[in-house]
Design a protein around this ligand. Structure first.
Ligand code: AMP
Length: 424
């Protein structure tokens, strides 16, 4: 017997379709993000969905995302490729390849692929909106990037709290990792082999694990912010000052290391109280001042973030803020003639910038009015033999009790536009 799970004509496990009307909210989020980003001088960047494996190895070969979850493939030419698991490495690869002038500020909308255990808010393909800014290591740029995310969450009505940390610089981090490893190893006998091997591989990756038995030890671990170099401390203080100046609230989170190895200096995350802890991260990012150089480019600091669209939708739903978006038609044409007039009128309405549609020609007038009501359109336009012989159409608002009026065929678009404008 074929089960749902192995039916090849269903989406694979952990991925999903986005259909109307839900997709209207989706595109609204994308539009709001694009407007925010472009207002701050970020241009759209589109990179391929797959890259050479090495690009993503820069994310960190000890990270779950690369080690356990990456979709790797070999193409017919024997190239080792991977589907993008995250957004930053491909953008830095594009920067290194094309060497645009700095500061280079870009935004993106792109899918990411991770072989995770699917659950609510955690999928094998998810979409992210994000920005990357390469060039200056100016802390005010960190503030700009964080403020952009904060403003976007406000635009779309999601309550997101900002948590902030610094991963230090090349002066402070190695000494810290050494101290952290030593501290964690003191507890390795009690916590078992898996703990020990993780600590030995990369102690930072222990800090962001959710294993319950390890939390007590993790909570008492030394904190990076206690051992920042003067330069790293000054940078971090200036970021906090900038956020204060802009009135953006934040909480310091000394153990926020995020799941990738490339972070240096500022790291941050936006979380929501509306979702369970396992999926409460709405977005996050930070500085990656060495990545361009590690890919063979000129030393170029960078900072960015990624925001998960599916999580945003869940947070909106959980906060009862997922009300209808305006995806309705302006006008629906009911055409009982099925001739050139209907064809021409519908085309004209669309050319005039109205959202217009009709059903398949040849259905009864009653069925067509029903379809018009179901469509949620603001106006209905009737083309029937009597009206068309006099070169007029019957126009009526579909909601309420307004009576139908006759409007010259050539004026229908103008008439509707005027009414929409007046009612707005
Ligand atoms: P990351 O790239 O891991 O920093 O994640 C950035 C944001 O993408 C997170 O804060 C989530 O909102 C979202 N996200 C990450 N992984 C997933 C996933 N598997 N499914 C859905 N959303 C995700």
């Amino acid at each position: 017997m074929r089960t749902v799970a192995d039916d090849p004509f269903r989406a694979p496990k952990g991925v999903h379709d986005v259909l109307p009307p839900d997709s209207a909210r989706w595109s609204e989020l994308v539009g709001a993000f694009a407007r925010r980003a472009e207002r701050a001088g970020y241009g759209l960047v589109v990179t391929p969905i797959f890259e050479h494996l090495e690009v993503f190895e820069r994310v960190g070969v000890t990270t779950d995302v690369v080690k356990k979850e990456m979709y790797e493939l070999e193409d017919k030419g024997g190239r080792r490729l991977a589907l993008r698991p995250e957004g930053t490495a491909p953008v830095v690869r594009a920067f290194v390849e094309h060497r645009p002038p700095v500061p280079w500020k870009v935004w993106y909308l792109a899918p990411n692929f991770r072989y995770e255990r699917p659950q609510k808010g955690r999928y094998r393909q998810h979409w992210q909106l994000g920005v990357e800014a390469l060039g200056p290591d100016d802390p005010d740029l960190d503030v700009e990037v964080i403020a952009l995310a904060e403003g976007f969450y406000r635009d779309v009505g999601v309550d997101a709290s900002l948590v902030l940390n610094s991963m230090g610089d090349d002066q402070s981090r190695p000494a810290y990792i050494h101290a952290l490893r030593a501290y964690l190893l003191e507890h390795a006998d009690a916590l078992g082999g898996e703990f020990r091997s993780r600590v030995e591989e990369n102690p930072l990756r222990v800090l962001d694990t959710k294993v319950a038995e390890w939390q007590e030890v993790i909570e008492r671990a030394p904190q990076l912010t206690e051992s920042l170099s003067d330069q790293a401390r000054e940078h971090f203080e200036r970021v906090q000052h900038g956020l204060d100046v802009l009135g953006i609230d934040y909480t310091l989170a000394p153990r926020l290391v995020r799941g990738f190895d490339y972070y240096t200096s500022t790291t941050f995350e936006f979380v929501t109280a509306k979702l369970e802890a396992a999926q409460n991260a709405l977005g996050g990012g930070g500085r990656y001042d060495r990545m361009a150089e590690e890919m063979g480019g000129p030393p170029t600091p960078g900072i960015g973030f990624g925001i998960g669209i599916e999580r945003l939708l869940l947070a909106l739903e959980a906060g009862d803020q997922a009300g209808p978006v305006r995806d309705r038609l302006d006008v629906f044409v009911v055409d009982t003639l099925g001739g050139d007039d209907g064809l021409r009128l519908l085309h004209q309405l669309r050319e005039e910038g109205l959202r217009a549609d009709r059903t398949a020609v040849g259905r009864s007038m009653k069925a067509q009015w029903k379809a018009a009501d179901r469509s949620g359109a603001t106006f209905g336009v009737l083309l029937a033999p009597d009206e068309v012989s006099r070169e007029v159409a019957g126009v009526k608002a579909l909601a309420g009790e307004e009576t139908q009026v006759e409007v010259p065929l050539l004026d229908v678009a103008g008439w509707i536009k005027e009414r929409l404008e007046r009612d707005r």
